[in-house]
Design a protein around this ligand. Sequence first.
Ligand SMILES: CC/C=C\CCC/C=C/C(=O)SCCNC(=O)CCNC(=O)[C@H](O)C(C)(C)COP(=O)(O)OP(=O)(O)OC[C@H]1O[C@@H](n2cnc3c(N)ncnc32)[C@H](O)[C@@H]1OP(=O)(O)O
Length: 297
Amino acid sequence: MAALLKRSASLLRAGALQKHGVLTKQALCLFSTNMRMFTNKISVEMDGTTGVAVLTMKSPPVNSLSLDFLTEFTISLEKLEMDKACRGVILTSALPRVFSAGLDITEMCGKSAEHYAAFWRAVQEFWLKLYTSNMVTVAAINGSCPAGGCLMALVCDYRVMADDPKFSIGLNETKLGIVAPFWFKDTMTNTIGNRETEKALQLGYMYSPADALKVGLVDQLASADKVETVASTVMSEWLAIPDHARHLTKSMMRKPTRDRLVTHRDADITSFVNFVTKDSIQKSLQMYLESLKQRKR
Ligand SMILES: CC/C=C\CCC/C=C/C(=O)SCCNC(=O)CCNC(=O)[C@H](O)C(C)(C)COP(=O)(O)OP(=O)(O)OC[C@H]1O[C@@H](n2cnc3c(N)ncnc32)[C@H](O)[C@@H]1OP(=O)(O)O
């Protein structure tokens, strides 16, 4: 399986997915048709009777979204999307306190412009695949999820978060001295409205679960040990709606936001590369990474 995944990842890097937005037959046929799929960083368990897959992130220490992680995630999602038996996906984390720490900061530090462009294309692809999925997507948020982690939850159809005040959720980019791109902003605005997003983004605000519920950033809280069970209950409610009617409605709601990124995709990559290669931004990111390490001492 590891070898198959490696081969598929290299196909993806070569542009099979990125260029056309779909996996080629060549890439897809590399996968087994088993109901369980394990990669280095993700496991997927599909229940054939309910049509629901649980995609569990298991990339210690913090499920950060590295280029490899994003590639594995996108491949796993595409495989589920192509499986007619799969109607819904629950996203969750195998790590005890973290859903996802967002984009892997080391992918944005000290690398070449080509690397930044490939990384950003993978971030865009990940967002596009999840945002436009025909499946019902429910985030079972069983830990903290800053920045890209919050984005992942926001693109799902429904969010259940563990009611633990130690956890937080939000787009905290300004705290790193960087700026959330327009499609991160659009995703948040579509969920909690313009005014709340304006405050949250400028302040890089991280919401407690209770505050996140208050502003509508998450839909429901559950005790930590019940998050996945509640997510499954929600999933069955959503799956009671006929698929075609639900996903045509989803697509109608999401098309303008999706089209905006698709139209400006290359310009967005150029803008990211120009931004992240600035000395001042590199310095900010290095300092932030260092501060994370210092916190432990
Ligand atoms: C034009 C557009 C330009 C730019 C747009 C870019 C958009 C960016 C989006 C992002 O997602 S940026 C990433 C933002 N993420 C964060 O700020 C999260 C930072 N991390 C934390 O707050 C915490 O780590 C935690 C997630 C709450 C977990 O805390 P915990 O105490 O459990 O772990 P610890 O802090 O000790 O971390 C362990 C280990 O992991 C490293 N780490 C943490 N987060 C990241 C990350 N996002 N990327 C890379 N590495 C990360 C941390 O440094 C520790 O490393 P160490 O063991 O070597 O010390």
